[in-house]
Design a protein around this ligand. Structure first.
Ligand SMILES: *Cc1c(COP(=O)(O)O)cnc(C)c1O
Length: 361
């Protein structure tokens, strides 16, 4: 067996301990005589799995009692529609556009009502987070929406926007559980799990109870109402059982690691190795304004397309894979989620140093 260091943005690296546990339980989960994949979602064993997953997430994130934890199919893009369908009472919402995912959410909201772009960093290819201290928040806005960590551009909100009293909705897909967050500052926090938590196809939404409403927009399908999930403990229909099981294992892994304060520290140390090198390199450079940098996604370029391609190819030969950047930024991107060990980042930097020596003219 030869596992690589996988720097993919998502689906992405998972903790090896979790994969091994899942492997050991593949044919027989506990004493059930079957795999979790084959198990009824109405069984006591699965109920225990989903209950433990929810409780462990609540413990990790310190989720207040007046928030529901919902396991929802359809990944991130489905939330782009669910948020307006469930929240747009006045049919007005304000969006802060800090990248492609925020833009997609904003476009989707336009199907349902007036979605204002109240700030944007598109003028500089989303390489920074705009000043959000005094934005023209609409009086009638049902919520203000942000994408907390911008997976493609490698920026992150280090300070929350001033929403002037409106509920804040945040897509936390690519920084989910990377460090502590004060849940009470948000109306809804949601994340697709395939970046930092589990296998693709599942989103977890943490929704304040008063935002779980009966009076959603007309024609909202049953499966797109938060209430459907809240009323039935995410078991109205057959949920993605196996994904929930793996997420539950990741939560246990995070607890065993010491929780989110410890993860934050680890992530800071890990990212520092890479950023320090980028800031001193004569060949590679970061594309992001230093005060807006993400701990999870680190885009960088040489400024020479052919050299970028050469780097990506040679890195791959050295067991450092999925480093190609998004087409809108070019160059490279190293996603260094919770499950990426520091040794992986150190190996990447050593390789970059060597590449720089060999290729700097
Ligand atoms: C990947 C990603 C999404 C989209 O998730 P899908 O599950 O592919 O729909 C949305 N937001 C962010 C921040 C992402 O990184």
């Amino acid at each position: 067996m030869s596992r690589v260091y996988n720097f993919a943005a998502g689906p992405a690296v998972l903790p090896e301990e979790v994969l091994k546990e899942a492997q050991a339980e593949m044919l027989e989960y506990k004493d059930t005589g079957m795999s979790v994949m084959e198990m009824s979602h109405r069984s006591k064993d699965f109920q225990n799995i989903i209950d433990a997953a929810e409780q462990d997430l609540r413990d990790l994130m310190n989720i207040p009692d007046n928030y529901k934890v919902l396991f929802i199919q359809g990944g991130g893009n489905t939330q782009f529609a669910m948020v307006p369908m469930n929240l747009m009472k006045n049919r007005v919402a304000d969006y802060i556009i800090t990248g492609q995912w925020a833009k997609k959410a904003w476009k989707e909201a336009q199907i349902f009502g007036t979605a204002n772009a109240i700030a944007s960093s598109e003028d500089k290819t989303f390489s920074y987070i705009p000043d959000c201290s005094d934005l023209p928040v609409d009086e009638n806005a049902d919520y203000v929406y942000i994408c907390m960590n911008n997976t493609i551009y490698g920026t992150c909100f280090h300070e929350l926007p001033n929403t002037k009293g409106k509920d804040l909705v945040a897509d936390i897909s690519s920084c989910f559980l990377s460090g502590p967050l004060d849940v009470s500052k948000f109306g809804i926090l949601w994340g697709g799990v395939q970046k930092n938590v589990g296998p693709a196809g599942l989103a977890i939404a943490i929704v304040r109870e008063d935002l779980i409403r009966e009076d959603v927009l007309p024609y909202t399908p049953t499966m797109l109402k938060y209430k459907t999930y809240a009323d039935k403990g995410s078991l109205y229909n057959t949920p993605p059982c196996y994904n929930i099981y793996i997420c539950g294992k990741v939560f246990k892994w995070l607890k065993a690691m010491g929780g989110l304060e410890v993860m934050q520290k680890r992530n800071e140390e890990k990212a520092k190795v890479l950023y320090d090198f980028l800031d001193s390199s004569k060949l590679f450079k970061s594309t992001v304004r230093p005060d807006c940098r993400s701990l999870m996604n680190v885009p960088f370029v040489t400024g020479d397309k052919d050299l970028d391609a050469k780097f990506i190819a040679e890195a791959k030969e050295n067991g450092l894979v999925s480093l190609k950047g998004h087409r809108t930024v070019g160059g490279m991107r190293a996603s260094i989620y919770n499950a990426m060990p520091k040794a992986g980042v150190e190996k990447l930097v050593q390789f970059m140093e060597k590449f720089e020596k060999e290729n700097l003219k």
